[in-house]
Design a protein around this ligand. Structure first.
Ligand code: FES
Length: 149
């Protein structure tokens, strides 16, 4: 199977050993740029362009925040869960006095995709249901006009 073929909505991403060596790989699948990350023994597949303003997430730091593994966008430091695309931010909780700093959720903002291993090869099942804010930046025109701002 080549990288341009799909079977039952599974899209070939690459050989597992190559993706482990690379650690981070951007693949274009059916017109969608997806960042494949290998981190501490796990693979993650997340839309490549940040939901905030379309910057590439490829070089973002990875940290555990609020018990969730997150990628931090290099552009404006937005925090995004690698598991489910949830946007996280830290702020004072005004419901308490004195207000402590704690993590809040913005909800799911970045599309993530299931990734499956079959005999040493990885396949992605594109997640396309509903609208998620990162969908906006899958249009090349939007990426090019927003990433430089
Ligand atoms: Fe990612 Fe602004 S935080 S583009």
């Amino acid at each position: 199977m080549s990288s341009t073929q799909s079977t039952d909505e599974l899209l070939f991403v690459g050989k597992k050993e190559d993706l482990i060596s690379a650690q981070r790989t951007v693949v274009s699948l059916q017109g969608r740029d997806v960042l494949i990350i290998y981190h501490e023994g796990e693979f993650y597949a997340i839309d490549s362009y940040c939901y905030h303003s379309g910057s590439s997430l490829e070089t973002g730091d990875i940290e555990e925040l609020n018990n969730k593994l997150c990628i931090i966008c290099p552009k404006h430091k937005y925090k995004i869960s690698l598991c489910d695309g949830e946007g996280l931010y830290r702020a004072r909780d005004r419901s308490q006095s004195p207000p402590p700093l704690r993590w809040f959720s913005k909800g799911v903002k970045q599309r993530v995709h299931p990734i499956i291993e079959i005999q040493g090869e990885l396949y992605l099942r594109p997640a396309t249901s509903g609208y998620i804010e990162s969908d906006y930046y899958q249009d090349v025109e939007h990426v090019n006009t927003n990433v430089t701002q």
